[in-house]
Design a binder for this molecule. Structure first.
Ligand SMILES: [Zn+2]
Ligand SMILES: [Zn+2]
Length: 181
């Protein structure tokens, strides 16, 4: 076995493409906040300023936190109903905390800064609801979704298509040129 002694890096290259403007941002260990982007629960990424909804507004943040806390309460309750749960204390604490936070939020006792912190803790940026995502609300379409739709809608046999392309174009370059308008 060959052992590598050289420079070992934990950083990895990442890239995000905005579903609205199409800009791609990439870099080592890049995170969404550096790109001023959000990711929805279905994995679509988009710039804050490219969407209609103000993702940092208290209204959007509050709706997010209400959903998150209610879901956390449901899941913690379910976990606690299981017998022999080795994480009993964890879920008990989680249930208590979530219930308290939900009560405060519903009573209007959480100020905007606290709400902002809460959203950070609950990773709003990586978990934005479908309602604010341009793809999930079908304001914009993702090319790969369209491609899948076309394949299905017209019952396209992709294997036959690959054979056809190879026959028509001897090189990848010629194939690419054929795709230009
Ligand atoms: Zn954008
Ligand atoms: Zn989405």
């Amino acid at each position: 076995m060959k052992i590598r002694n050289g420079f070992v890096s934990n950083s990895s290259s990442s890239s995000f493409t905005c579903a609205v403007c199409g800009d791609e941002q990439s870099g080592m260990d890049l995170c969404l906040s550096e790109c001023e982007m959000f990711e929805c629960t279905n994995g679509h990424t988009f710039h804050e300023e490219c969407v209609k909804a103000d993702l940092n507004s208290p209204k959007v943040q509050k709706a997010y936190m209400l959903d998150q806390l209610k879901a956390a309460i449901v899941s913690a309750t379910k976990e606690l109903e299981k017998t022999n749960n080795s994480h009993h204390e964890y879920y008990k604490k989680r249930l208590e905390e979530s219930t308290k936070q939900l009560k405060n939020l519903e009573a209007g006792e959480v100020d905007d800064d606290e709400l902002d912190d809460m959203c950070d803790d609950w990773e709003f940026r990586y978990n934005a609801p479908e309602g604010v995502c341009p793809i999930c609300t079908m304001e914009k379409f993702d090319d790969s979704d369209i491609r899948r739709y076309v394949f299905k809608r017209y019952e396209i046999d992709t294997d036959a298509l690959k054979v056809e392309i190879k026959e028509k174009y001897p090189t990848y370059r010629e194939f690419q040129l054929s795709l230009k308008d």
